[in-house]
Design a protein around this ligand. Structure first.
Ligand SMILES: NC(=O)c1ccc[n+]([C@@H]2O[C@H](COP(=O)([O-])OP(=O)(O)OC[C@H]3O[C@@H](n4cnc5c(N)ncnc54)[C@H](OP(=O)(O)O)[C@@H]3O)[C@@H](O)[C@H]2O)c1
Length: 304
């Protein structure tokens, strides 16, 4: 019985007129002769019937929250995985059940430590085991009161949200451009669209860089997408010391990780520069752009 999986197409091209939820994904079946593309659903005629190697995705911060959900949804599509984070036990817990379907490597690294990060950069640059999708997801929050935060915590925050994705993107881009295909997903935030301490500023950097990079590299086969979730149920707020229910966020603003990941992967497959999952947050981010600074800063103070 062939094992049917939806996976990210290795093609870097995006034919016009594709609008269905599976745009950019193809169905593969694992049969006796290896992996085959399903002609009925492949929108990329040059891959019809050809056997191609499985794509691999490297995900940072994969031990919890959105990163773990990207791992599960990409594994369900047949992608092999490299899971990166500081806690090997958490990464193994995510990896365990997925190994029945795909190959999963666990790479322990504190991404803010240059020596540990170098192992991840080397893995991205490994031409013999190519990475087709880089998910820059690792992150953490700080209290909004910049003036009382420890400046070293702020420096680590800036490094993890800006320097790390910049360096990992640089490491991945060379081999991806040489192969003429690849996808980079940068997890930003709707905070990029409103003043919100240094967090909003970091995420705005990611959005701006992704928009530029997608315009420049997409014609060469490599897409770069900034994903901007709103408040999402993960470990993020508990790690900030805010127990569930005490985040100061109204119920309608909360999203589930599975929806954020599903909707964002659809936008990544389409080659979008910016993905804002859910209609409610697309409306909100559009409104915020026309508000005066004073009012948008007030909105940016929602939550603690
Ligand atoms: N949840 C939200 O409401 C929300 C909204 C918009 C955007 N986001 C963004 O979504 C991304 C994922 O966050 P999440 O919500 O899924 O929170 P989470 O559950 O706390 O996950 C964050 C992950 O980042 C990893 N990480 C933190 N510091 C690291 C370091 N120095 N090196 C390597 N890994 C590190 C953590 O793993 P270890 O601590 O085990 O290393 C953890 O697995 C972040 O970039 C966040 O800014 C979240």
């Amino acid at each position: 019985m062939p094992d049917e999986n939806l996976i990210l197409t290795p093609s870097g091209r995006f034919p016009e007129g594709l609008t269905g939820p599976e745009d950019g994904f193809v169905t593969r079946s694992r049969g006796a002769g290896g992996w085959r593309t399903d002609a009925a659903t492949d929108p990329y005629p040059d891959h019809l019937g050809k056997e191609t190697s499985l794509p691999a995705a490297l995900i940072t911060g994969a031990g919890s929250g959105l990163g773990a959900e990207y791992a599960r949804q990409l594994a369900a599509r047949g992608a092999d995985l490299i899971l990166v984070g500081r806690d090997p036990a958490a990464l193994e817990e995510v990896a365990g059940p997925l190994r029945a379907r795909v190959d999963v490597e666990v790479l322990r690294a504190d991404l803010v430590d240059p020596r540990e990060r170098a192992r991840v950069e080397a893995r991205l640059a490994d031409e013999e085991h190519p990475v087709d999708l880089l998910v820059n997801n690792a992150g953490f929050g700080l209290p909004l009161a910049f003036e009382t935060n420890d400046i070293e915590d702020e420096a680590r925050h800036l490094a993890l949200h800006v320097e790390v994705p910049m360096r990992l993107t640089h490491a991945a881009l060379g081999p991806m451009l040489a192969r003429g295909r690849g996808r980079i997903l940068n997890v930003a935030s709707v905070a990029a669209f409103m003043p919100r301490s240094t967090y909003g500023a970091c995420k705005l950097w990611l959005v701006s860089f992704s928009r530029w990079a997608n315009a420049v590299y997409r014609p060469r086969g490599v897409t770069v997408t900034a994903v901007c979730p709103g408040y999402t149920h993960t470990d993020f707020h508990a790690r900030l010391g805010l127990p569930p229910g005490q985040e100061g966020v109204p119920g309608w603003m909360w999203l589930e990780a599975r929806d954020v990941v599903r909707l964002s992967l659809r936008d990544v497959a389409r080659g979008s520069a910016v993905s804002v999952p859910t209609l409610r947050y697309r409306i909100l981010t559009t409104l915020v752009r026309v508000l005066p600074d004073r009012l948008s800063a007030r909105l940016g103070m929602t939550g603690r």
